[in-house]
Design a protein around this ligand. Structure first.
Ligand code: B12
Length: 430
């Protein structure tokens, strides 16, 4: 090969490198500040606040919480085993009555794997059987003709497959087949628009299956689905660089990281996403513990697929707690709260201190009378379930919007309305 040949060869190599999705290291102080926001959650040990996703996120990050982290897993185990297997340690506690959902059980299994445990023995087998049963029920709900919908969501369906896969538990081809079908026929994964979170989760599940070769009969279909998902996610990149929106970008990057796509400038797309993400972290967009738990692995170059063989010996930096003192504010703002989907419609201007969350606005409106709302606690925080006594029905939800028509990207606990803003609560279908 002549000099020119060598040069072209090297340039070709560099070009190929640039097409790999890599996330260069991020300022460790920034990562630490994110991790510190998880610490208060790890002290919140009431059953309805326990969150296996936080544990998973921390274990796949470059950070650790020492004894606190170990104790958190211990409490997670007690609580999940109790509510799923009926093992007692305080029988008359009513908190135990709600059984974890399919997705929560899946996240719990991911948490065990993040501690390098494999589900085994009688207890482990029962947990695996429960998750398999959940998936079988969902498969039935989707139906032979794929016309139905899972009771939970395709997001949880993907999470369930992923969790069993990292424990090397085999699922029937037909269970995997439903998710393959949904990815091929995208309309099933839409919540108005393509849900990047949902396809990314499906992609993580398929990537695990591909690595583990647990469904050899579906091998080619799985490989094609992963390619298809990568393409969908790339197409969903916004001009700012997000894949979908700021909060779906962490899962999207978990999927794209370390992958390459022939003929596509994946490297550039990922660098752009990383830059957009870091700017929004600096702007304080990541306050929600669940969101932080999906982001931290990415900032450490890891994804949920790494739970196939987690590195439990990797050195991690110990987190030190910080006390954040919110600066008191004298300024009062007014926010218009509008609920057109009830009769008579509700509309009122509510005054709250600047910096209040939407939840503070709802509380104040309720205190002033004439307004009522209800919430349910979830891993993402308080989910608005009813407004003015009207509960959202099946496949309905109370959508949060900034007038005239912009859906909020945060929930009631995190969104802080600005002075003069109108917030609409709209009964919508998904
Ligand atoms: C499916 C889904 C929905 C479904 C949930 C219904 C269902 N039966 O599954 C629907 C379409 C109703 C929905 C609604 C909303 N969602 Co949503 N949702 C998701 C998704 C894709 C998966 C959630 C899940 O199943 N997790 C796994 C299970 C095991 O955890 P879980 O806690 O048990 O799950 C429940 C909660 O997540 C809850 N939920 C769903 N979304 C949200 C959002 C918030 C803020 C809260 C508190 C709870 C909540 O519904 C789940 C099922 O019961 C996530 C994606 C993600 N990356 O996490 C986005 C996600 C959590 N949603 C998001 C948002 C913004 C919303 C809305 C606020 C949108 C809006 N403008 O109205 C509303 C919630 C409004 C309200 N009433 O409080 C953001 C949250 C970002 C953040 N900063 O925290 C995410 C990350 C999507 C995104 N990339 O923007 N969502």
């Amino acid at each position: 090969m002549g000099h020119l040949g060598v040069l072209l060869f090297l340039l070709g190599g560099l070009g190929a490198l640039a097409d790999i999705c890599e996330i260069p290291q991020v300022d460790s102080k920034l990562v630490e500040r994110l991790g510190q926001r998880l610490l208060p959650w790890m002290d919140w040990l009431s059953l309805e606040h326990l969150n296996p996703s936080i544990y998973v996120g921390l274990r796949l990050s470059s950070l650790q919480a020492g004894a606190r982290e170990a104790f958190y897993l211990h409490i997670l185990k007690l609580s999940y085993q109790h509510s799923l297997l009926g093992l007692t340690f305080n029988d008359d506690n009513s908190d135990y009555q709600d059984k974890p959902s399919m997705g929560q059980l899946a996240l719990y299994l991911l948490a065990l794997r993040a501690n390098c445990e494999l589900v085994e023995g009688r207890k482990g087998d029962r947990l695996v059987s429960q998750l398999k049963r959940f998936l079988e029920d969902e498969k039935k709900a989707i139906g032979h003709n794929n016309k139905g919908q899972p009771h939970t969501s395709y997001y949880q369906y993907g999470l369930g497959i992923l969790a069993l896969c990292v424990h090397q538990k085999r699922l029937h081809d037909s269970v995997v087949g439903k998710l393959l079908y949904a990815v091929e026929h995208e309309q099933h994964l839409r919540q108005g628009h393509l849900s990047v979170d949902t396809v990314a989760m499906a992609g993580l599940a398929f990537t695990c299956l591909e690595h583990s070769n647990l469904n050899p009969n579906r091998k080619h279909q799985i490989t094609r689905a992963i390619e298809n998902i990568r393409e969908k996610i790339l197409k969903a990149q916004t001009p700012e660089g997000y894949f979908g929106n700021v909060y779906s970008t962490p899962l999207a990057l978990q999927l794209l990281m370390k992958s390459s796509m022939p003929g596509v400038e994946l490297g550039t797309a990922c660098l752009k996403a990383r830059a957009a993400l870091l700017a929004s972290v600096q702007d304080g967009a990541f306050q929600n513990a669940l969101m932080i738990s999906q982001l931290l692995p990415v900032l450490n170059g890891k994804s949920y697929v790494d739970l196939i063989s987690p590195d439990c010996e990797a050195p991690r930096v110990m987190l030190k707690p910080v006390v954040e003192t919110p600066s008191p504010t004298q300024e009062v703002i007014s926010v218009v709260l509008n609920v057109p989907s009830v009769s008579p419609p509700y509309i009122n201007s509510i005054s709250v201190p600047a910096g209040s969350s939407l939840e503070d606005v709802l509380k104040k409106a309720q205190k002033l009378r004439g307004f009522m709302y209800g919430t349910q606690n979830t891993l993402s925080g308080p989910f608005l379930t009813s407004v003015m006594g009207k509960e959202a029905g099946e496949r309905e939800f109370w959508q949060l919007l900034r007038a005239p028509d912009t859906p909020l990207l945060q929930g009631i606990a995190e969104y802080t309305p600005k002075d003069g803003e109108t917030i609409e609560l709209r009964l919508a279908t998904w």
